[in-house]
Design a binder for this molecule. Sequence first.
Ligand code: SF4
Ligand code: SF4
Length: 136
Amino acid sequence: MADTRILVDLQRCTGCWTCAMACKVGHQLADDDWRITVRTLGSGEGIDRPAGQWPELKESWQPIWHTNCIKCSVDRTSTQGRSNAPYCVYSCPNGALTWGEDIDAKIEELRQRDFRIFELPAFEGSKEDVIYATKQ
Ligand code: SF4
Ligand code: SF4
């Protein structure tokens, strides 16, 4: 069975939404149909507002895979290599996403650099087997 895990290095995510748009375009989804959305972790007010007071501002982003994600079709996972990664993983401009069998070595590397590894709790209702790494 194909390894469809996705690892997200949150220190590299800049909230650009390229992963979400690449999925939409690659799968020819309608404008209101998203398989990933990107959550802003800031003040919770307005669009992309950071938390804190200037100059001590803090903001980060977390892509969330929805349950309609198919992670991805068999065609894109049947052979090894980055070019066969899902549209979302392949298109991230910051190298924040790691796919499938490459994940275990990456997790080990990040653990050695004091990253915390976690998954979203079940009550979030997001796609399973998405793993996050953060230093925060
Ligand atoms: S995971 Fe990559 S493509 Fe997606 S929002 Fe973060 S930096 Fe952008
Ligand atoms: S794994 Fe495939 S379906 Fe899921 S978000 Fe990425 S590109 Fe879209």
